[in-house]
Design a protein around this ligand. Structure first.
Ligand SMILES: O=C[C@H](O)COP(=O)(O)O
Length: 255
């Protein structure tokens, strides 16, 4: 098994409110993570801010990704943005299946699967977000829900392609609520996800896939989460909008 390089990404969602603030935030994150080694740090801004954020991060080693992509390359698809366009402005990865896309924008598993395959076909990396709702969690169905999403969203993805896939386990009840999953709960689901991947692709492939945790990650919670053997990074929302908080998360101290 290769050592898995931890990956911390900041999903800015529909924030901050203007380009100047976005550039400032990116510059502050770059300054405050300077010299950091052994971890991949990424920022996932709204579409219009991708090129200026990319420029503000130049030389920092921080990568840039996109929050969404459409499955066609170009044409009459008003409001859509293609993977080709994202690649041309320097995006290295694309979030697929974020719960806000699943619920607010009604994306179903088949569409998410098409997006994962499209992103991979462009040699970009999908960050596939999965996770259960509060009701499903309370009914003890978290692993079953993840298994269904993995099966449907990774349909047609080969073992060879899995080296470019990052999975983000994001329990919906933990997103933006301050209710971070305990390290025990998160580790147990991450271990389950890895065993599911081993069942489909073999243990060697599963051992190399990075699995992020997402949902109310803060400087206070990151160290204990990152100390878990199957937690390989964090997908950070709210705390990624505050440079010193995000930088501290990137400097997690797993013991
Ligand atoms: O993509 C990020 C997640 O939705 C987590 O968001 P949050 O850190 O604000 O809970």
């Amino acid at each position: 098994m290769m050592a898995r390089t931890p990956i911390i990404t900041g999903n800015w969602k529909m924030n901050p409110g203007d380009m100047a603030s976005a550039v400032q935030l990116a510059a502050d994150v770059a300054a405050q993570t300077k010299g950091l080694e052994g971890v991949e740090v990424g920022i996932i801004p709204p579409y219009p801010f991708v090129p200026p954020v990319r420029d503000a991060l130049k030389g920092s080693g921080i990568t840039v990704g996109a929050q969404n992509a459409f499955v066609e390359d170009k044409g009459a698809f008003t409001g859509a943005v293609s993977t080709t366009m994202l690649l041309s402005v320097g995006c290295e990865y694309v979030l697929c299946g974020h719960s806000e896309r699943r619920t607010i924008f009604k994306e179903d598993n088949a569409l998410i699967n098409s997006k994962v395959l499209k992103v991979l076909s462009k040699n970009m990396r999908p960050i596939l977000c999965i996770g259960e709702s509060k009701e499903e969690y309370e009914s003890g169905l978290n692993k079953e829900v993840c298994a269904v999403q993995l099966g449907k969203n990774l349909a047609g993805v080969t073992a060879e392609q899995m080296k470019d896939v990052v999975i983000a386990y994001e329990p919906v009840w933990a997103i933006g609520t301050g209710l971070v999953a305990t390290p025990e709960v998160a580790q147990s689901v991450h271990a389950y996800i890895r065993s599911w991947l081993a069942g489909k692709y073999g243990q060697a492939v599963a051992d190399d896939v990075r699995i992020q945790y997402g949902g109310s990650v803060t400087p206070e919670s990151v160290d204990d989460l990152m100390a878990c053997p199957d937690i390989d990074g964090a997908l950070v929302g709210g705390a990624s909008l505050v440079a010193d908080k995000f930088a501290r998360i990137c400097r997690f101290q797993a013991v």
